[in-house]
Write a protein that binds this ligand. Structure first.
Ligand SMILES: Cc1ncc(COP(=O)(O)O)c(C=O)c1O
Length: 394
């Protein structure tokens, strides 16, 4: 039996112990954290829709009309009009034949990968893919070929070795901890050449990249070459849940075979209705996406001016490398004391020796406050002796 007290002590000693912080009020650019006002620089509410009045009232109205919960899985009695309405809207937005809702991005990735690959087959996964993709590969019982980050030559070698056992290539569209974009055109070309499916997780790309925020696949001018697009509703779309967009045949297969869909309660009507309202707002007010892009560029520039380049980030996810886990948390706490909340991210979320603050920008931040935050974070890094950190790859 694991000695829990000992394990907790080990985590404390290695600087990897985590604790919960308490946010008061809705997720806006400013929140109360553990009772103190701070600038929030680590929320995935990228477009400010989680706290938008229209999104909030859509959730409230849905609760009154359909209730707080769906009461069962979709295949039993939990399939409601509001689920179908959001699926149809998401499929149209992403340009796919069909969409299928899941309870969360974690459930969408684990269930989909495990349904599409099995024992005796090979799944190809970028080394910086999100943990839910890693766990999906494990659950599938297929062999996982983890290719070097964004390295198409390494992937091509793996595909050649696998031959007709190659089942699926899976990648984040925007990488969640580095903010860089996957080489999607190259991945699509390799998938086509080797007769292998391609799945792109647009958790951080939807609402941020591509025309009208349609995501990284649309930004790369791809469509049918990408067999499945996964996205979450808990980030730019302001609520909770996730979806897979694909052909009608594939979503029909997933609703039969993805265990995290079959054996889990349908998403609650208020959050589904909230995402529907958020999607309507995104489509009718695409300037939010432009504002997010501008804010992200302003933050990256302000950090670079302070000697803190954001590695290979091209998006609203802006890492500040520190390296050591304990020192990362020191910088985080110092910044927090001065009113800026940018969470420190440590292994196993990021590779050993690459701990960092993961800053994320919202369209609702003001440029001036992002510049001030960059100065303040640089000051905190200097004070913690973190200015000679190993930089993240550019
Ligand atoms: C790339 C990526 N995929 C999937 C997820 C999981 O999504 P969810 O939070 O909806 O479970 C996340 C983050 O949480 C993510 O960053």
């Amino acid at each position: 039996m694991t000695d829990v007290a000992e394990r907790l002590e080990e985590l404390r000693e290695s600087g990897l112990h985590r604790r919960l912080r308490l946010v008061g009020g809705p997720q806006g650019p400013h929140v109360e954290l553990d009772g103190r006002p701070v600038l929030l620089l680590c929320s995935n509410n990228y477009l400010g829709l989680a706290d938008h009045p229209r999104v909030r009232s859509a959730a409230a109205e849905a609760a009154l009309r359909w209730g707080a919960g769906a009461g069962a899985s979709r295949l039993i009695s939990g399939n409601m009009e509001v689920h179908r309405a959001l699926e149809e809207r998401l499929a149209a937005f992403k340009g796919y034949e069909s969409a299928l809702l899941f309870g969360s991005g974690y459930l969408a990735n684990t269930g989909t990968i495990a349904a599409l690959a099995g024992r005796g087959e090979v799944v190809f996964s970028d080394e910086l893919n999100h943990a839910s993709i890693v766990d999906g590969c494990r659950l599938s019982r297929a062999e996982a070929f983890v290719y070097r980050h964004g390295d198409l030559e390494h992937l091509a070698w793996g595909l050649r070795e696998a031959g007709d056992r190659a089942a699926l290539i899976v990648t984040d569209g925007v990488f969640s901890m580095d903010g860089d974009v996957a080489p999607l055109a190259g991945l699509a070309e390799l998938a086509g050449r080797h007769g292998c499916r391609l799945m792109v997780d647009e958790a951080h790309a939807t609402g941020a990249l591509g025309p009208g925020g349609r995501g990284s696949v649309a930004a790369a001018e791809l469509g049918a070459e990408v067999d499945l697009v996964v996205g979450t509703l808990g980030k730019a779309l302001g609520s909770y849940g996730a979806y897979v967009c694909a052909s009608r045949e594939l979503t029909e297969y997933l609703l039969n075979a993805a265990r995290s869909f079959v054996f889990s309660t349908a998403p609650p009507p208020p959050s589904v209705a909230a995402s529907l309202a958020a999607l309507e707002l995104l489509e009718s007010h695409p300037h939010r996406v432009e504002r997010l892009t501008e804010n992200a560029a302003a933050l990256r520039a302000a950090l670079a001016a302070e000697g803190l380049p954001a590695g290979r980030s091209r998006t609203q996810i802006v890492p500040v490398a520190v390296g050591d886990a304990a020192r990362t948390m020191e910088v985080c706490e110092l910044a927090l004391e001065r009113g800026v909340f940018a969470q420190g991210i440590r292994p196993p979320t990021v590779p050993e020796g690459t701990s960092r603050l993961r800053l994320s920008v919202m369209s609702t931040h003001r440029a001036g406050e992002l510049e001030r935050a960059a100065k303040l974070i640089a000051g905190a890094a200097r004070e913690a002796g973190a200015t000679r950190a190993v930089p993240l790859a550019a």
